[in-house]
Design a protein around this ligand. Structure first.
Ligand SMILES: NC(=O)c1ccc[n+]([C@@H]2O[C@H](COP(=O)([O-])OP(=O)(O)OC[C@H]3O[C@@H](n4cnc5c(N)ncnc54)[C@H](O)[C@@H]3O)[C@@H](O)[C@H]2O)c1
Ligand SMILES: CC(C)=CCC/C(C)=C/C=C/C(C)=C/C=C/C(C)=C/C=C/C=C(C)/C=C/C=C(C)/C=C/C=C(\C)CCC=C(C)C
Length: 597
């Protein structure tokens, strides 16, 4: 796979057989369980898979089909009930949830494997996670374990390794805080650093628990579907009112009600920054409540074999349901007919049609690139007024000699050494994950993986000659590694046995995200989550899913957006209950609420 002189960061490698050499099945199991009255056991699905795959392949007659399999859909007009553009976790969850409801779905993915920023790649015996290795929503309890539930819906489960510490913070003034899985241990640790703020700490995190417990008590479906929404209000009025109360609020304001110490407030900024790329004053309280408690409730669990196994398992599960996924399928246009989205066109000229189109590309890509020549719908104008693209990032994937890590090193670290003001600056904060602390099978014996990343704008990498680009990558990587050597691991530089650096250009190219963006971030102080659009769009038949939809960035967040999207689409194509009159009223109300943000 040649990437041209601007990229050294290559995604999955091929094994001797010519197939992708990583076998996620070593960590993903097919469950022969009953879901929705249908048995999704192995025999049934593989039999169905066999006869369909031949038919679909000859129908398309193309070599670039990596997997394309299907069955007759429930639709009458188009061959598909839904086309999903992109196979990030958001797209895959929407696709699989629709498929288990009985829809026939086609997922079109530009790259050669599923997962997007939750994908993987392999080099020299290492399996690297492309993006974050911190998995929320992957436990075996509650209603918020959306990753576990998404896999189970298509008869899959993955073996996971619980992480005893979500993250180890290394902050200015030598403040070191380990976020233990046990809530009481975390609170003891934090209050030992800020004894004068014990009450404030308990009150702030206590409010987070109020939100988490309310969320965890609901059955999560589309907030744009009135029969479900009003039903939840009826069944759980207190919980729904609690969530409605917090919906327009931000974590920083609530923290300031109880906490005065500026260092502790900065710590809460760092807590929020790692999940929203902005400080607490700009982080929606609902999102803060979700992540600051899930890590203690269900805990952070790492999938054996790497994060890439989640997407691979979902894609396999989708096929088992008789739906299809096509790789190397770069969608360049969404086709409209009398203002309704009816199909897509690929860069190689092929066209596919469906009753609905779901875009897992960012809203900037969807409306800026895929809908050519259309004026921006009012809703999208509002979105772009409230949200901007967060910067991209620089990632360093390294293999190091195992003995450079002290015993009991934690898996995830966040480093900001000297000045709190550098938190949100490019290259200011460093994220570090060492997934081999939990799963040693990801690296050759005697070595560890270090995945280091830091925010970096695409502008920094524009207009450079190939030589200068390479030199800049080396220089910045050297500086970041030097900081980690000084702060955490003496001797780090000399222990490196493998190193690959990805820049915002790499992320733009491989994740197909405009400017390589990390996701949306509020332009100014937002009204919590109020301004974040859900899944319907101003174009009939077109839906969005992923991190530029409610509730925003994060694998668990996009999984929720996938669940919501599938429910709304299923109602619109007749697979779930729907009330056109209530729909129109709710969608108008939600549209109006967003204008208040
Ligand atoms: N380092 C990190 O931790 C990191 C980096 C970026 C994003 N993220 C997180 O990952 C999640 C994003 O998930 P997501 O589901 O929104 O999307 P995603 O960006 O992970 O996946 C989108 C997928 O759509 C494909 N795609 C885009 N445009 C396409 C086109 N025109 N034709 C065909 N395929 C196309 C891409 O190749 C990609 O596979 C969020 O949680 C985000 O915050 C994490
Ligand atoms: C409709 C209306 C108007 C109203 C009504 C009321 C109600 C009922 C409401 C409801 C609501 C809801 C349901 C909501 C929900 C929400 C959710 C689920 C959310 C979620 C979220 C999540 C998130 C945000 C997540 C995130 C995460 C992330 C981003 C992560 C990341 C990570 C990383 C980056 C890593 C780090 C690393 C180191 C440190 C190394």
């Amino acid at each position: 796979m040649s990437l041209g002189c601007h990229q050294t960061f290559q995604f999955p490698t091929k094994g001797k057989s010519g197939f992708l050499s990583w076998n996620p099945l070593k960590s993903s199991r097919l469950k022969g369980n009953k879901i929705g009255g249908v048995n999704f056991g192995k025999f049934e699905s593989s039999r169905r898979r066999k006869d369909i795959s031949t038919r679909s392949k000859s129908m398309l007659g193309v070599d670039s089909v990596v997997e394309i399999e299907g069955k007759e859909g429930v639709n009458t007009g188009s061959k598909y009930d839904a086309i999903v553009i992109g196979s990030g976790i958001g797209g895959l969850v929407a696709a699989t949830q629709l498929a288990v409801k009985g829809a026939k779905v086609l997922v079109l993915e530009k790259y050669v494997i599923p997962g997007g920023s939750s994908g993987y790649y392999q080099r020299d015996g290492y399996t690297f996670d492309v993006g974050s290795s911190v998995m929320f929503g992957f436990s075996d309890k509650g209603n918020l374990n959306l990753i576990t539930q998404a896999l189970a819906a298509v008869g899959r489960e993955m073996e996971v390794i619980p992480d005893p510490t979500t993250v180890h913070f290394h902050l200015p003034n030598n403040l070191s805080v380990q976020v233990h899985k046990e809530y009481s241990e975390f609170i003891n640790e934090l209050t030992s650093k800020f004894p004068h703020e014990k009450e404030g700490i308990l009150k702030f995190y206590g409010e987070c628990w109020k939100i988490f417990n309310s969320l965890n008590s609901l059955q999560l479906k589309s907030l744009e579907e009135p029969i479900y929404l009003f039903g939840q209000f009826f069944q759980k009025p207190l919980e729904c009112l609690t969530l409605a109360y917090y919906l327009p609020q931000n974590a920083g304001d609530i923290a300031r009600k109880y906490i005065k110490d500026p260092n502790l407030l900065s710590f809460i900024d760092a807590e929020c920054f790692i999940v929203s790329t902005v400080n607490a004053l700009r982080t929606p309280m609902i999102n803060a409540g979700m992540v600051l408690c899930d890590r203690h409730f269900g805990g952070i669990n790492y999938p054996v074999g790497g994060v890439g196994g989640i997407a691979t398992s979902l894609a396999e599960g989708l096929i088992d349901q008789g739906s299809e996924i096509l790789y190397k399928a770069n969608v360049t246009n969404i086709i409209l007919d009398q203002g309704k989205a009816v199909g897509v066109k690929l860069s190689d000229g092929r066209e596919f049609f469906a009753r609905t189109i779901i875009s897992n590309a960012t809203r900037w890509d969807t409306f800026g690139k895929l809908l050519k020549g259309e004026s921006l719908p009012k809703e999208e104008e509002n979105f772009q007024k409230v949200y901007v693209k967060a910067p991209s990032f620089l990632s360093i994937h390294m293999g190091v000699k195992a003995n450079v890590l002290p015993p009991d090193t934690d898996c995830h670290h966040f480093v900001l050494e000297d000045e709190w003001t550098r938190l949100e600056e490019p290259y200011g904060s460093i994220f570090l994950s060492i997934p081999t602390v939990l799963d040693s099978s990801l690296a050759p014996k005697g070595s560890h993986i270090l995945h280091i990343f830091t925010t970096s704008p695409l502008e920094d990498w524009k207009g450079l000659s190939p030589k200068d680009y390479e030199a800049k990558k080396e220089l910045i990587a050297e500086e970041i590694i030097g900081r980690l050597e000084k702060k955490l691991f003496p001797g780090l530089k000399s222990s490196i046995v493998f190193k690959e650096v990805g820049t915002p250009k790499t992320h733009r190219r491989y994740l197909a995200r405009d400017m390589g963006t990390y996701g949306p971030m509020p332009r100014q102080i937002p009204k919590g989550l109020l301004g974040m659009p859900f899944n319907t769009t101003g174009i009939s038949g077109l839906y969005c899913v992923g991190d530029s939809c409610f509730p925003g960035q994060g694998v668990i967040a996009v999984a929720f957006s996938g669940v919501m999207c599938a429910h709304r689409v299923a109602a619109d194509i007749g697979l779930e209950k729907k009330s056109p009159i209530l729909d129109a009223a709710l969608l108008r109300l939600l549209g109006w609420l967003r204008t208040l943000a």
